[in-house]
Design a protein around this ligand. Structure first.
Ligand code: THU
Length: 127
């Protein structure tokens, strides 16, 4: 799939972000090996620790729908306009490692350009 299209879907997903505590809105679009797309946004909580990142929202939604194999994800985040890359947190990288190979692609967008990493680059070792 075209990475620009996946980033666009992540931007759409970001519109749904529930982030009244941080005001940091994150969106993700996850592509399965079978060609389906699952979107996710961050969902915050008054007690803070129950907060779920956009990436995990997308993964858990896909797994709950029976999907187990993934090829790429686009992630975008920021307070207002997107001005910086938003690399996945360590917990999300570990979740990705549960279902994805080292060559799983992670596309990040800073409002101007897309930078693509593999999961192996962002998480060389996993538990
Ligand atoms: N967040 C994500 O959704 N994904 C990440 O990879 C990093 C952080 C969210 C969690 C929280 O709602 C907000 O960004 C600020 O940390």
């Amino acid at each position: 799939m075209d990475k620009n299209e996946l980033v666009k879907l992540a931007l759409d997903a970001r519109e749904k972000s529930y982030s009244p505590y941080s005001s940091f809105k994150v969106g993700a679009a996850l592509l399965t090996k079978s060609g389906k797309i699952y979107k996710g946004c961050n969902v915050e909580n008054k007690a803070f620790s129950p907060t779920c990142c956009a990436e995990r929202t997308a993964f858990f939604s896909a797994v709950a729908d029976g999907e187990r194999e993934f090829s790429e994800i686009a992630v975008v985040g920021g307070e207002d306009e997107i001005t910086d890359f938003c690399p996945p947190c360590g917990v999300c990288r570990q979740v990705m490692s549960e279902f994805c190979d080292k060559d799983f692609k992670i596309h990040l967008y800073n409002g101007e350009e897309i930078k693509t990493y593999t999961l192996g680059e962002l998480l060389p070792e996993n538990f």
